[in-house]
Design a protein around this ligand. Structure first.
Ligand code: SF4
Length: 486
């Protein structure tokens, strides 16, 4: 039987750097982009020889084109990348249209249109807490109504066929390959999405971060909520129904009202998947300079920013408690709107979990291709060079690795635990035994007992999974597995 394989392709270009970003991304001239794509195609072609495997050993299950902003390069390049991957790895394009989702597309577009044209959607308006909450309640009520209608329909005797059809569609989709591309507003329009569709891409991931234009400006993003909306609608119009939207929490000055408003607007659009990550201050970013540690090693909690000629306002980083409260707000609101939290920061409608990201948490082998890309193949974790000149000069050889770590059995078992515990389903004890020939209880019994007593994990005969409290203390839980295998 063929082994499953994921492929990550990195496109490191962006229009301009966001203030919080430490991803490997930068703006570049067209000629650099052209040379980069050429080198990337060479790297793809050389991959099987470089990693000593026969493409026929593997079945490519997922491809993820990330960045950077992949949509800021010409779509012809994306097509070339996918053609080269197909020539090299012979995967089957997924072509089955998902008919019932066409209906959702129209419904969502109408919803978005209503939202855009509703009188209180003037982007210049400022909201009071009560306004935001009222609107949020309105959204939730509308959503609950929708839920009631569905329930009524179910009770009227149609449910089983509908549910079976949906399950069958999910099964069919999961049999084919999942191909995702990351997109940012203002860099992709309808024609580009059509070209992606024709190239076999079937999942779009759009960076929104916030629906509040002030927050977007503060983050250094290059778009407004309205521009995001146009991008989202163009994707839907081109036939994409599997769309992720990224949002961020714990932003400087972020209040529950603005986050609630973002969630409210977003759930009205009803994307199939939402990722919600907390802002992390990374060294070397303008945000770190503004909010990072001062000379005494303490976090600067406030910063003065110019606001007009004479006014100065303070943006404050949320405290740890406030950050948790914002996370709970996301978790609870998305649950109320029918999203399943299948990983700490990832929420999906049934059957729309990201298969690519799930394969990272399950340690499925994957190739990382492109500048600075990481991979896991033959139990070796590697990272490509982050230096563009080195990359351009050596794209076919193995010599541009910045890191290459051959994982020991203990490393692999540890990874299985701390990556797998990120998922709500946790880690299966049977799968652990199958993989390592030892039971999880034999290897980590003591740690599991302790964490169970601390109410941080659920430890059953079948699996180990984080509790809600365990999610709050995730890093502590994960660290307990490091160096503790028996
Ligand atoms: S668009 Fe994404 S990758 Fe590009 S600078 Fe902003 S956060 Fe970084």
């Amino acid at each position: 039987m063929k082994k499953p394989l994921g492929i990550y392709v990195h496109i490191p270009f962006c229009i301009r750097k966001c203030l919080y970003c430490d991803f490997l991304s930068f703006s570049a001239e067209e000629t650099v982009k052209e040379r980069y794509i050429k080198a990337l195609l060479e790297e793809i072609e050389a991959a099987p020889v470089k990693f000593s495997f026969e493409p026929s050993e593997y079945e490519v299950k997922t491809i993820y084109i990330g960045g950077g902003t992949p949509s800021c390069v010409n779509e012809v390049y994306i097509n070339k990348i996918l053609c080269k991957l197909n020539e090299t790895f012979f995967y089957k394009k997924q072509v089955s249209p998902e008919k019932t989702e066409d209906l959702n597309i129209t419904q969502n577009r109408n919803k978005a249109e209503n939202y855009k044209t509703a009188p209180n959607r003037d982007k210049t308006e400022t909201f009071t807490k009560t306004d935001a909450c009222k609107r949020a309640d309105k959204c939730i009520n509308a959503d609950n109504k929708e839920h009631e209608v569905i329930t009524e329909q179910k009770e009227a005797g149609e449910p089983d066929s509908g549910r079976n059809l949906r399950k069958q569609m999910i099964r069919e989709r999961n049999q084919g390959i999942e191909i995702t591309i990351e997109v940012n507003p203002n860099t992709a329009e309808y024609e580009k999405f059509l070209s992606y569709k024709n190239a076999g891409i079937n999942r779009i991931s759009i960076g929104l971060q916030s629906a509040d234009d002030e927050e977007l400006k503060m983050l250094g993003r290059l778009h407004t909520w309205e521009e995001f909306l146009s991008c989202y609608e163009a994707a839907e119009r081109a036939g994409f129904s599997n769309i992720n939207v990224d949002i961020m929490t714990a932003l400087p000055g972020q209040k529950e009202e603005t986050l609630r408003d973002t969630l409210c607007k977003l759930t009205q659009l009803s994307p199939s998947h939402i990722s919600a990550y907390s802002l992390i201050l990374e060294e070397g970013t303008p945000f770190f300079e503004m909010y990072g540690k001062d000379a005494g090693g303490r976090f600067k909690k406030t910063v003065e920013t110019a606001d007009g000629l004479n006014n100065r306002k303070k943006a404050v980083l949320p405290s740890e408690e406030e950050e948790r409260a914002l996370y709970y707000l996301v978790r609870d609101e998305l649950k109320r709107h029918g999203y399943n939290r299948y990983e700490i920061s990832n929420f999906a409608r049934e059957g729309y979990e990201s298969r690519h990201n799930t394969s990272y948490w399950k340690r499925v082998p994957y190739l990382g291709l492109g500048l600075g890309a990481s991979g896991l193949i033959n139990e070796v974790r590697y990272k490509n060079t982050t230096d563009m000149n080195t990359y351009l000069a050596n794209s076919e050889s193995r010599s541009f690795f910045e890191e290459e770590i051959c994982l020991s059995l203990t490393d692999r078992m540890e990874e299985t635990m701390f990556l797998g515990l990120r998922m709500s389903e946790g880690v299966s004890k049977a799968a652990f035994s199958d993989c390592y020939g030892k039971s999880m209880d034999e290897v980590y019994g003591r740690v599991l007992d302790k964490l169970e007593k601390e109410e941080l994990i659920l430890n059953t005969a079948e699996r180990a999974a984080l509790t809600d409290k365990g999610i709050d203390y995730g890093n502590y839980v994960f660290s307990r597995f490091v160096g503790s295998a028996v």
